[in-house]
Design a protein around this ligand. Sequence first.
Ligand code: AMP
Length: 414
Amino acid sequence: MATNAFQPIQGMSDIAPPDIYIWRMIEERAREVFARYRFDEIRTPALEKNELFTHSLGDTTDVVTKEMYTLEDRGGRKLSLRPEGTAGAIRYVASGGEETAGARVFYMGPMFRCERPQAGRKRQFHQIGVEAVGAPNPLADAEVIALQVHLLAAWGLKGAKVRLNTIGMPEDRTAVLEGLREAIRPRLSELPEEAQQRFETNVLRLLDSKDEAVQKVIADIPPVIEFMSAESRAYLNTVIETLKKLEIDVTVDARLVRGLDYYVHTVWEVVHGGLGAQNALAGGGRYRIHLDKRAVDGVGFAIGVERVIAALEAGGITAAQFAPIPPVFIVSLGDAALSENLMLLQMLRQRGVACEMELSARKVQAQMRRADKTGAQTVIIRGDTELEKGTFVVKNMADGSQREVELPELIKLL
Ligand code: AMP
């Protein structure tokens, strides 16, 4: 076999220092923002029953038909790695019985899609998302969009744009699909074969096709909102008006649709110019998800963490800026000092100082080299002479200056 068993799977990556520092910043700030909006964290399993996804996301969608990692366990059960977070979150929320309305949850974690790996497209990627459960209410949609925009700002991200549209109520669906088909039908022969199949199975998805021939046809048809009821139009207008009052910039994009079947009313996408072809940072929308015999209404979004990081980096923000402060490094001269310094190390750590020392009696130069490598700004040096006097030599690594201090002063210094 040519593939190396000790490499991660294609499209899946280790996340390690220094990259991990920007991940932690993103997660920490997200938790702060979610707390202000009163969303609570949930952690659902990465592996779920296959039907959860086929049933809630829709069985003609790309995610379900082409991209899920599905396996059979030893008991012959069909399971899938979650391709997104909403289905599991709603399964969890609905398991609470009747008290689902009003639930506000957020999640962070890996999602899995077996797509062709390319720039911006991974097979394991990470999403941070929220779900606000409750009956359709344009103010709730606006609140969730406001939260998302707040979050992007908290990360220091500039230049993200929200594109917004409505796909109407379930009651509009027949009129929308028929209206679209009628508008497209006279030019059906201009579409490539796959698009012609889409025309039958999932005509809405033709709207956001990247295919040029499809785009040419789509450019000439009326916006979907024209096929919708007055109620659906009014709903979108209230979302737009509310966002205006909240001073949140959005662009209405009549051709925007989202890939999953469960959306109703408001759908949106956040794009960023620094991302290249895969320019979507996040998706969101209002949905009605059918689980067993109940339907759960809610509104939510999912942000792709890898893409947020790429967009931050395009704007000059790097992981190294969030590296932890380097430790104080302790250097020992001789065996007696080594064992005394171990106690000093422990004492400093218990007082909240990040510190590190060389545990084997290596040459001073080797210890200093290691101190330098950790990025230490301060090095404490102690040998037999200092032990006898009860002092510590404190070296400032930036300017090379040294001074000798006693314990109370050392503690004050650190
Ligand atoms: P979706 O659930 O497809 O609407 O995706 C929401 C967000 O997750 C997207 O806007 C991307 O930022 C991110 N995302 C989706 N698929 C991938 C992928 N294969 N690799 C990296 N990020 C992804």
